[in-house]
Design a protein around this ligand. Sequence first.
Ligand code: HEM
Length: 443
Amino acid sequence: MAWWIATRQKRDLLEVLTRDAYTEPVVRIPVGKRKVFLVSEPELIRRVFVDSRGIYPKSDLMRAALSPLVGEGVLVSDGETWEHDRHMLEPAFAHMRLEQVFPMMLDAVRDHAAHLHGLGHGVVIDLEEELSRVTADIMLRAIFSEPMSGPDAAEVFAAFMRYQRAAPQFDLDVILRSDPDDPEPTPPGVAEDADTVRRLIGRMVQKRHTALARGEAFVDFAQAAIDARNPYGAPLSQERLIDQLTVLFLAGHETSASALTWTLFMLGRQVGPLAALRQEVSDVLGDRPMAFNDAKALLWTRAIFREALRLYPPAGFLTRVALVDDMLGYTAIPRGSLVVVSPWLVHRHSALWRDADRFDPTRFAEGAPAPKPGTYIPFGMGPRVCTGAAIAQLEAQLILAEYLRRFDFDPAHPERVMPVSRVTIRPRGGVLCRVLHRERTPG
Ligand code: HEM
């Protein structure tokens, strides 16, 4: 295996890939302790994600990477456990309508924009850290009705940032080196940070029970999960409740922070699309803050976000394991193989996208044909598709509109920014940016 990897040029997080991975429907990686197949043909992706769920559960690798943090949460659980919990949570979360979450988002965004403004014109920030801060604030308000300025919420964020930065890489190199019979232990520091996040979330749940006993009432995700009952009338156990709320915190902010970091970074070099976004924001909003109903009119803003999700999908690798022998097209998949669907790869595949590497938001502009099923999968596909896609899109429109009308983000060393795949695809070492205040600051 060493010779195979050594012959590849190491340029990005798919650094061990050959050109055929970007052109062929299924590629068997000829190295590693286990059989690994990269699947990029839309019909075959559909088979893995939609038509044969029982055959391709989430992989041991994904569970090992995330379970220290989310336990048996719906992101990593499978089979009866997943079905039970997802059915239980779905109706509960449906009560948390987008309209209810939007004012919490707006409060967090306005607080954070004021914080950025207060730093002063031309100050250098780490874009990734600042966007993690605001997206975490949004999720903490949506889950616990507690802003990040609250004592517990601030601690959760600090522990999570330590966890995120220390989490082992999760890219193709790592996938290939993995040994199913000898899984790598979680590094001690990472396990400790994951424990701290869980302990703090447990404390916030405890505080909620105390407030409920005092007769207080809440409308948020934590309350929806506490009130959820299975068909026999049983609530989630305390441990499982912490699992599911930690999933929401992780899946709900880490992905959005990654996607928005890349969007703002790319827009720094895209004069035309950025000017068109600002024009749209000015036409739709004038001088007032964005309201919930504006989302359907901010179509170019949405198109830019969707294009950024194509080029930088936060979840770069979705890994499954074959429980039985199977065929994917003409390729035999032996039992135990690791089947990898990489949104990163699919979205840059030359057979699926014209000028695949070019940033071109017109692909998603009003009136453009919808991408063919299985070619655009930033939120996954099938029964395990992301439950937060609509929230993520709304949040992105709000952040892009409110920040770009106020600020320019000028990357300090764009040539040094390199993607690395950890919990999500992040810029190695962050993105240092000068924040320049624009003249008019809306209320
Ligand atoms: C840009 C933002 C986001 C992206 C790119 C994203 C992406 C994804 C992807 C790819 C999956 C499927 C993983 C797999 O098949 O292995 C997923 C699952 C999930 N996402 Fe998201 N997500 C985003 C935002 C959110 C938000 C805001 C929430 C919650 C408020 C959320 C909650 C979840 C949950 C609970 C699951 C697990 C679903 C299940 O398996 O039952 N996500 N997400």
